[in-house]
Write a protein that binds this ligand. Structure first.
Ligand SMILES: *Cc1c(COP(=O)(O)O)cnc(C)c1O
Length: 358
């Protein structure tokens, strides 16, 4: 059974606010009407604004998890005649590699190990490329890439720039115009702090031109979404309730300002991180986002044992890693409706685990 008294520090789903939860408890309304169209159009406008997307950008709303939106973007914007650089610095970079393989899109699998690519010299040898795919925050190890440097590289080489910003949107800065981004992929259950099940792709005018020519899919062909979206309607039944929650959340960010939202996450991350040196734990990433802290034991303990202790003894959920990082890394998210009091629950539990008294 899921304990309602549990504390959630996972990078999706994240802690939701009481206001958002309350909207989730209401009846899903019928959506083929003007009331819903107005809401969808306003969501599109606010997302374009928060992403600093260029004039003429549009948003596709999908009833899918983030991976669905990543794959739909690959299918709609790339073809077998492309040659795409995939920045592969962990599990989510690898996911882009596998998607491109699945759709026969030629790629250069650019493996990265903990670097943020502030220096893009390692990419300079590539020629004949047409696109670049990157996860702005590689959530498996907590690395935030230098999107200014990547953006400049894409501009210089005239590459279609596809960015998975799922685990850093509204917690860390991103700017589609300044960073020359053509497709920005985001999802409901990370920084937006909504339930999982809704994902969005913000498309620049350059990306829109490519849409629909190659997608071998009816449901995921962006052309239908863009056409119907002009009048605020989705082509198929959308994630109605999550869209209403998204609207409420975007209006709240508009009132408080996006900078306030980013600062808030930054303060929560800093508050947590200043306690880390009291435990036999180290910061795993040199380039941390506000959104999350990846930790590694500095004694010979397994990271998985700490995750299990917190879940089983304290009802606190942090994220374990899989594969090769299973024993060396676990992750603490700072996304969502966090307060220092809430973070104290985790800090107290780790103090108790390590016998630290303050
Ligand atoms: C969470 C996440 C996704 C999406 O994963 P889903 O399980 O499909 O929602 C994609 N990319 C990154 C970087 C993520 O953190």
């Amino acid at each position: 059974m899921i304990n309602p008294e549990s504390y959630i520090f996972t990078p999706g789903p994240v802690k939701m606010s009481p206001y958002i939860l309350e909207i989730g408890a209401r009846q899903s309304p019928y959506f083929r009407n003007e009331t819903f169209s107005d809401i969808l159009i306003e969501c599109e406008k606010l997302l374009i604004d928060f992403a600093s997307a260029p004039i003429g950008s549009r948003v596709v709303f999908l009833a899918a998890s983030g991976t669905g939106a990543m794959e739909a973007t690959v299918m709609n914007l790339l073809s077998t005649t492309d040659k795409a650089i995939v920045i592969n610095g962990g599990g989510f970079g690898q996911r882009f590699v596998e998607m491109c393989n699945c759709h026969d899109i030629p790629i250069l699998d650019h493996k990265v190990d903990g670097d943020n690519l502030a220096d893009t010299a390692s990419l300079d040898a590539y020629t004949g490329t047409t696109a670049l795919l990157i996860n702005a925050h590689e959530t498996t190890n907590g690395t935030l890439y230098n999107m200014d440097a990547i953006g400049s590289y894409c501009k210089k080489n005239n590459l279609l720039h596809i960015v998975d910003a799922i685990s850093m949107f509204v917690t860390d800065e991103i700017n589609m115009t300044d960073q020359h981004i053509d497709a920005l992929i985001i999802s409901s259950h990370k920084g937006l702090a909504l339930p999982p099940g809704l994902s969005m792709v913000i498309l620049s005018p350059r990306a829109i031109e490519r849409v629909g020519h190659h997608a071998k899919s009816l449901y995921f062909n962006f052309r239908n979404y863009l056409e119907d979206g002009l009048r605020g309607q989705p082509p198929f039944t959308p994630a109605v309730t999550i869209l209403l929650q998204l609207h409420a959340r975007l209006k709240q960010i508009e009132r408080d300002t996006l900078n306030h939202e980013i600062d808030k996450t930054s303060r929560i991350a800093e508050y947590f991180r200043k306690h880390v040196s009291s435990w036999p734990l180290g910061l795993y990433s040199r380039f941390m986002p506000n959104a999350m802290t990846a930790l590694t034991p500095t004694n010979d303990e397994s990271a998985l044992d700490i995750v299990k202790y917190l879940a089983e003894q304290c009802h606190i959920f942090v994220a374990p890693n899989g594969g090769a990082l299973k024993d060396t890394v676990f992750r603490v998210s700072h996304m969502g409706d966090m307060t220092t009091d809430y973070v104290d629950v985790l800090i107290d539990a780790l103090d108790h685990y390590y016998g630290v008294t303050r």
